[in-house]
Design a protein around this ligand. Structure first.
Ligand code: RIB
Length: 307
């Protein structure tokens, strides 16, 4: 039977503009790459990715009492997600991300969190009544919620997987209870540890710095086109990437962690799960948008078969 994963985190509408380069201060750039409004948010991207990869998903979040909120909830339902704990907030607007995507697929994101910042400890506590097999969170909807979720997961002895998305430089990992998998990208690793994971030596130093702050079973650094780096407190491994033509890297990190968690829950093998997550991340960058780009389990199977 499929595992039940509780995903706690943000739901956004993404306002995406394609641009040949990022304009300087005071410059007006007329970019003709088009724009779109699409569903996103690190929490929602994770929830949809986990669902498409075959696990049951319960999503805990807040959207605004507006047209975007309704639109997002409809999309989550279409993706088979349990919405009982997605609340419509009467105060905050639905979260909005403004995303600039350059020709090489790289992105820059500014998030107005709105209703996401109103996800409360009470929301998290209620969502735990779904009896999850594992809990996933990110840091975009406030650290306190992630910290509280880690405590409840530790109390119930269920795996807690934290993505570093949304981390701020003042975030201290030592507030977290036990973390089974912590997966930051390069920027988040540098923000949290002060070490940019440029070389293998830097990756090891950053991973050790993370483990010295809190009880983490596996650190998995997302290194973009360089693949990922796995550290279990004793051994480390650089897992090679799948080379693809990047169109838009938005949500690749969310998809990666979703795949890592889903596959790890299924197999218990962190190295094989990291390779699988590399494949899912690679597939995600080949399509524009966040939720729109997330592959299904069948798509991943066919991709790996071709390789
Ligand atoms: O990780 C990508 C996501 O970051 C986007 O979908 C955007 O909403 C921001 O949350």
């Amino acid at each position: 039977m499929a595992k039940r994963v509780l995903v706690i985190g943000s739901a956004n509408i993404d306002f995406i503009v394609r641009t040949p380069y990022v304009p300087e201060r005071g410059e007006t750039l007329v970019a003709e790459g088009g724009y779109s409004l699409m569903p996103g948010g690190k929490g929602a991207n994770t929830a949809v990715a986990v669902s498409r990869l075959g696990a049951q998903v319960v999503f805990c979040s807040r959207v605004g009492d507006d047209a975007y909120g309704e639109r997002l909830k409809k999309i989550y339902a279409e993706n088979g997600i349990d919405l009982r704990f997605v609340r419509t907030d009467k105060v905050g607007q639905t979260g909005l991300a403004v995303i600039l995507v350059e020709n090489d697929g790289s992105n820059r994101i500014i998030v107005y969190p709105g209703a996401n910042m109103r996800i409360s400890e009470g929301d998290v506590e209620s969502a735990f009544t779904c009896c999850p097999d594992a809990v996933m969170a990110q840091l975009e909807s406030g650290e306190d919620v992630a910290v509280y979720a880690s405590q409840l997961a530790a109390d119930e002895a269920i795996p807690f997987i934290l993505d570093g998305g949304g981390a701020r430089s003042d975030f201290r990992l030592n507030k977290l209870a036990k973390v089974d998998i912590f997966s930051p990208n390069e920027i988040e690793t540098a923000l949290i540890t002060g070490i940019r994971p440029d070389t293998l030596d830097d990756c090891l130093r950053a991973s050790m710095a993370i483990c010295s702050q809190t009880d983490v079973r596996y650190v998995v650094l997302k290194l973009g086109a360089r693949g990922c780096y796995v550290y279990d407190g004793k051994y480390c491994d650089l897992i090679a990437p799948f080379v693809v033509q990047a169109v838009d890297t938005t949500a690749a990190g969310d998809a990666f962690t979703a795949a890592l968690a889903t596959e790890f829950l299924r197999t218990g093998d962190i190295t094989a799960s990291a390779r699988y997550a590399n494949a899912v991340g690679a597939l995600t960058v080949t399509t524009a948008g966040a939720i729109h780009s997330l592959p299904t389990r069948e798509t991943v199977r066919r991709f790996l078969e071709q390789i």
